[in-house]
Design a protein around this ligand. Sequence first.
Ligand code: NAD
Length: 369
Amino acid sequence: MSAQSFQIAVLAGDGIGPEVMAQARRVLDAVAGKFGVAFAYDEQLVGGAAIDATGGPLPEATLKACEAADAILFGSVGGPKWESLPPDIQPERGALLPLRKHFGLFANLRPSVCFPSLTAASPVRPDLVEGGFDVLCVRELTGGIYFGSPKEIREENGEKVAIDTMVYRESEVERIAHVAFKAAAGRGGRLTSIDKANVLRNGLLWREVVERVAEGYPDVKLDHLYVDNAAMQLIRRPREFDVVLAPNLFGDILSDEMAMIAGSLGMLASASLGGQNEAGLYFGMYEPSGGSAPDIAGQGIANPCAQILSAAMMLRYSFGLTEAADAIDAAVRGAIDGGARTGDIFTGTEGTHRVDTAGMGEAILAGLE
Ligand code: NAD
């Protein structure tokens, strides 16, 4: 029987993107060998690199390669060189947002994981994060106040008035709620839904639909928090959360708060998921939560863990390769527990040693053998 084969559009982008992507490729090649699957990589330009070569941040060839692929593995885009370009052709706005829109990537999953051996990197009081934590933020990505219309600044009675409109349809809440409940069912079995039902009509509908969807997941324990309270509770007791489900605006803010309390951007993966096929697998785009880190780009010292963990999410959500994904997660944890630290997570704790990007890749590969 021929090996299962997957096509990956590889968009490394700018800054540290190509450096950390190279390590993710090494890890993917290693798991392909170990688990008897094949990955075909289609490398394409995106962001500033694409602007320099073609004049635009998302060339037609890149979009075509993504359409032909089973998933997109994305690095990061942007940097000072392109910051003064008109907004619509800037790397982030001109590449990331169109990709999300084109592929209908409505679900953003951001794990906020603080390994027990990395709690010193968290800015939260040690007794609150002792033993580490693992929270998954599921953010609705294509609806809500970022997309509703009217969206404008107009003149009224001699002064400017800014208007943004928050709109959620039942179907939009329902589909993101299913993603969150399924994720919770496969992990700790707890889901906290975030809204502002005490003030917003959107919150009332959000809560009503989430409760309806919950009936299909009797093994998941659901609770609700108002977003202002959630912002406090996540800092006060991060270990007690499992999956957090939030509308676009609240998820944008809370997921950054959660990234911060976990300690380092260099450790945090993300997935943006679109439609599901009949096997329950999603088309998705997988990328580190951080950006192109121009301050350390080109030095070979960036932390590749976020990129490697994003590749593991790709195996889990788009390819259904759960064992291979688990193996990568375990190998990253093993490398950290073994003391390997890139500069961003190096605190000088006893038993740790500083490594560069390739060194962290090697420590992770060693764990896969
Ligand atoms: P950033 O995430 O690039 O960097 C913030 C800080 O975190 C920097 O000190 C950086 O060195 C550090 N950092 C981030 N990832 C790291 C890693 N893997 N290893 C070690 N350290 C890491 O955010 P920024 O400085 O605000 O933005 C820089 C550029 O990236 C901008 O052009 C911005 O538009 C772009 N950006 C892109 C994305 C994306 O591609 N999805 C996301 C955020 C920012």
